[in-house]
Design a protein around this ligand. Sequence first.
Ligand SMILES: [Zn+2]
Length: 418
Amino acid sequence: MRLTAPKAVSGLYPTVQQEVARLAAQVQVRSACEWFGLQETRFAAWQLEVARIASPPFGETTRAAWLVERFREIGLSHVHTDEVGNVLGVHPAEGERCISLSAHIDTVFPLTTPLNVRQQGSKLYGPGVSDNGAGIVALLAIANAVQSLGIAQGLPFVFIGNVGEEGEGDLRGMRHVFATPRWSDRIAYSIVVDGAGCETIVAEALGSRRFEVIMRGPGGHSWSDFGTPNPIIVLARAIEEFSQTPVPASPKTTFNVGVIRGGTSVNSIPESASMRVDLRSTSASEIDRLERLLRAALDRAIAWENRTLAANAPRRIQQVRYELVEIGNRPAGELVPDARILKVIRAVDAHLGNTAQVQRASTDANIPLSLGREAVAIGGGGTGGGAHTLQEWFDCNGRDLGLKRILLTMLALAGTGE
Ligand SMILES: [Zn+2]
């Protein structure tokens, strides 16, 4: 069996479309695709099992241990858990570079959430069953197919069950993978499986930066200390100014003040007030601009207050000040228009008769995309709904289409043995 590198393959087969058709016609690939349809009972069992293991952000250890066992059963090489808790396993091949298939293993649900996970016919119910039970099962199904069906490919595949995608996890799992030279120097293409479906290709990374702003002053009695700067009022002034900031429609850019807190009683001048601010854009420079304007609005509100204070009570030295703490940072980025990964997945969709839209979202793919790497986030097939609620569900019908789509994409990216 001869292995050909991807470049040689695309030279032999003039279009990506022809290459996908050639791959799909190979005996081992055809049997893998049939195998996906026959294994649904096993896939659903894995999915129910994994959804029954709580996996809140920063609490993914038990689920990671479960995944290590599955990776070992499947026979992947170099199965291990890294420093932050990501689970990795390799399907080897000769190439230097590799292709990663990853799925986040954390959920949004706190440890105490009742996990009433159950199956009714083709439908699975329970928190996290689709996001990201569907992604984890796709990882296992693809790993199992390539390991057991003797498909030879030109580049190794690295399978990653990563921690920390949701909320305060802030993409820490993927960030760690791409900060580790062993992987970041080698991963040529990243495919992220997040949730259900086949109808989207996330090729643009929606960036976000989140802050907690804490405004502090001396505090005091509302009557006897009147004139002392009031952090709530200063914060309100900053919000008023910042909320006038113009934002472009393209690249789409938004901001939000989502939480505001402060004060103790109606007759006290508060000692502190705080807000949480969310800045989003597909453009990293727009996020930088919003951050600068937020800081400028805060500085101006404080300067105004302190000036007024100095004029009215020159001997008072107690002033108001703020602290700005970054509580989240998801980098923005997008694929270059002629990215190979997008051509390949579009060709695979055309081959499978699948219609998919290119979208922007915030996923684990933000990390490789922000580094200028080729990456997409797609679904694991089937259908799902109610993500991030206790009513979450997944319908296994059509899972095999999602799995074929992932397998063909990976093989076409890697090049196969003749
Ligand atoms: Zn997810």
